[in-house]
Write a protein that binds this ligand. Structure first.
Ligand SMILES: [Zn+2]
Length: 112
């Protein structure tokens, strides 16, 4: 990877702060990003996509046309980019909440 992996351009058709594609690398839209925090979170978000894509290279990379893979990559990138923002509450992922059981006739009472 070299400097050509990162591009900073005016984006007139893309209504986002940036983007990533395996063929073009990371794009930052200078006309969409207004604050340093937006630049930081966008760079982090797009680099996470690049990292996930690189990590999946033994399987041919992420299939960005696969909605499940794309959605998982977006959630992961959004989560980590949010953690990098000032005032982020914690780096630990939320703990799974225990589901309350609904007692059905004939079933034992749920324990606490
Ligand atoms: Zn994304």
């Amino acid at each position: 990877m070299d400097r050509s992996f990162f591009k900073v351009l005016d984006c007139h058709l893309l209504e986002a702060g940036g983007g990533y594609s395996p063929a073009h690398g990371v794009l930052l839209c200078r006309n969409q990003l207004r604050t340093v925090e937006q630049v930081h979170s966008t760079v982090l978000h797009e680099l996470l996509h690049a990292y996930d894509d690189c990590r999946a290279q033994p399987q041919g990379g992420l299939d960005w046309t696969n909605c499940h893979q794309h959605a998982c990559a977006e959630v992961r990138a959004a989560w980590h980019a949010a953690l990098g923002r000032p005032g982020a509450p914690s780096r630990a992922p939320p703990k799974r909440r225990r589901r309350s059981r609904i007692a059905r006739p004939g079933s034992p009472e749920p324990s606490a």
